[in-house]
Design a protein. Structure first.
Length: 106
């Protein structure tokens, strides 16, 4: 009986050298020091991005091409629309009738 248990126990065991797991390739964020602190290369491209401001920079033959990321442009548009809506509500005298948001959701 003892030999049978030993055979079952060894059936699910593999030598550590027989188990070969390849580590997944990791692409680390590369720092883009050409344009100052907080700039990082966007993976797979030559575009440098400042995640705080949304500013993007690409080196060209004619010098750096500076732009904004799509996300930062969308956020800026939403902020402008919110400001316009608040201004319209103030002009209509309705802003004072809106409830004040509470941090705890009540």
């Amino acid at each position: 009986m003892g030999i049978g248990l030993l055979a079952v126990a060894n059936a699910g065991y593999a030598e550590p050298s027989a188990i070969k797991q390849e580590a997944a390739a990791v692409e680390y964020v590369k720092i883009c020091s050409l344009y100052g602190p907080d700039y990082f290369y966007m993976p797979g491209s030559d575009v440098c991005l400042n995640a705080s401001s949304g500013r993007t920079v690409v080196a060209t033959e004619d010098g750096p091409l500076v732009s904004q990321s799509d996300l930062s442009l969308r956020i800026a548009l939403l902020e402008m629309q919110i400001g316009q809506l608040q201004q319209q509500l103030e002009q209509a005298g309705l802003i004072s009738q809106l409830p004040t948001p509470q941090p705890d959701g009540k």
